[in-house]
Design a protein around this ligand. Structure first.
Ligand code: BG6
Length: 479
């Protein structure tokens, strides 16, 4: 038996998905059209997802079918229970509750759906962990309001959040506001701006300035949601959620070190605001140097200061590396300034595999933000082969084993205050970046191809049994 380090008995071992990647049923239960519903399928070799203004006939939108979790959740949750999962993270599709985002009254059918989902989880002893906005804002808010550059969205989001806290506070204790809010720091990639902030750039608009304004509005909305939750039920725990990707310097050269530090500052100011309640000094300087007019009122600053999160949720998949730029530009540009790390292998999708980076980033977060941490995503997308009804996915087991071993060191040896680990994902689902089904993350296989064809039958992979043993031993049996 490969010995792991046993974690505390109340550690939340679990798995995570998001609503739009699994539910399907995009037109059922009074649901409105979300930004995820207008994202077409892409592929590994051509990963940028085309986004149409509205749903167009004859185009392929994989989120329309998901894995049909909307209808099959009771059976799927049975499989999660048998796996031993203690926590399940999903999101609430904003468009099931407020179909267009700007209504004043919620859609009862949507609320009833999630109420039953959360009750089902609880009845099986599984703690629901819920994200409010996971890349799926109402499309009307993108098309007609201009996305998060518009401050009107703050009130709409807070209304949505408040409705959810009021209705579900008895079933759901752990909440997160915006999924991977920091992805938009790579604003040169349109896809991130759209998924995080619903921003479609206007002619002549400065994309970076628009990103900062949209991010600020989201950060205010997030802080107001934290304050609203506290009023409704002081037991609620509301977290931020960031994609944590350590950005290492390629060498010990001081200029490379400087570049890496700048890269970390640039990507993680979102966490500084959510956890520490204020913008870092470098960023306020940067806005001035660039001549950006990011509107941050005194009232906003007060809300950010008071509405700091209770914990930090994070995803971890890979690490990056960077080196000094030779073109004289000062700002960090994630799209162009990353370099390959010669010490790390990559997945078929080019994601660098770095288990030690998990321990590194957990320590970094604790030192910087001084908040409990929850890992709400960690996993490996790969091609699976079904042989005689079995899937021998040793590549996933290897990935999870090596990452969990490092996570356990961070907790047991380094003293990181970690609430739980939710791998991504207990079941195959639609990839967020490419819309593929072929990029499989699950412990449970779903018989469906990239075009939505297949029986949708669920099959248990070898990794399912491996994770089951691991949870039963509280992390000690990593064999
Ligand atoms: C995270 C997202 O970025 O990574 C998930 O929060 C996503 O929604 C996951 O699915 C894996 O990425 P991808 O693009 O392979 O699905």
């Amino acid at each position: 038996m490969t010995k792991g380090l046993k974690l505390p008995n109340d550690f939340l071992w679990g798995g995570a998905v998001s609503a739009h990647q699994v539910e399907g049923a995009w037109q059922e239960g009074g649901k409105g059209v979300s930004i995820a519903d207008v994202m077409m399928a892409a592929s590994r070799t051509d990963p940028a997802r085309v986004v149409t203004d509205k749903v167009e006939d004859g185009k392929i939108y994989p989120n329309h079918w998901g894995i049909d979790f909307y209808h099959r959740y009771k059976d799927d949750i049975d499989l999660f229970q048998q796996l031993g999962m203690r926590a399940f993270r999903t999101s609430i599709a904003w468009t099931r509750i407020y179909p267009n985002g700007d209504e004043l009254k919620p859609n009862e059918e949507g609320l009833a759906y999630y109420e039953d989902l959360f009750n089902t989880l609880r009845s099986k002893g599984i703690e629901p962990v819920v994200t409010l906005s996971h890349f799926e804002m109402p499309n009307k808010l993108v098309q007609e309001y201009g996305g998060w550059r518009n401050r009107e969205l703050i009130d709409m989001f807070v209304r949505f959040a408040t409705t959810c806290f009021q209705r579900f506070h008895k079933q759901v204790r752990f909440w997160m506001t915006f999924n991977e809010i920091d992805n938009q720091s790579d604003w040169r990639f349109d896809h991130h701006l759209l998924q995080d902030s619903g921003l479609k750039l206007k002619e002549g608009e400065n994309a970076e300035e628009a990103m900062f304004q949209a991010s600020h509005n989201e950060l205010v909305a997030s802080a107001r949601a934290v304050l609203a939750a506290r009023k409704i039920d002081p037991q609620l725990q509301v977290g931020g959620m960031l994609a944590m990707v350590p950005i290492y310097p390629l060498t010990a050269k001081p200029e490379d070190q400087m570049e890496a530090m700048r890269a970390m500052q640039y990507r993680y100011f979102f966490g500084d605001v959510e956890a520490l309640g204020q913008y870092p000094a470098w960023l306020r300087k940067y806005w001035r140097q660039k001549g950006y007019n990011v509107k941050v009122s005194a009232a906003d600053a007060d809300i950010l200061r008071r509405g700091t999160v209770d914990f930090m949720g994070m995803s971890y998949y890979m690490s990056f590396a960077t080196a000094e730029r030779d073109d004289g530009e000062v700002e960090f540009d994630e799209h162009n300034d990353l370099v390959g790390n010669p010490y790390l292998p990559k997945s078929d999708w080019g994601w660098q595999i770095d288990p030690v980076g998990m321990r590194w980033i957990l320590n970094w977060m604790q030192d910087r933000w001084h908040k409990p941490v929850m890992i709400v995503e960690n996993g490996f997308g790969a091609y699976d082969k079904v042989e005689d009804g079995k899937i021998h996915d040793n590549y996933l087991i290897d990935y999870l084993r090596s990452h969990i071993a490092e996570m356990e060191k961070a907790v047991v040896l380094d003293g990181v205050d970690l609430i739980g680990y939710m791998m991504w994902s207990p079941i195959d689902l639609i990839s967020a970046s490419t819309g593929e089904m072929a990029k499989r993350y699950g412990l449970i296989y779903v018989d469906q191809d990239d075009t939505g064809k297949g029986s949708k039958k669920r099959l248990l992979k070898d990794s399912y049994f491996w994770y089951q043993r691991l949870i039963a031993s509280n992390g000690a049996d990593l064999q």
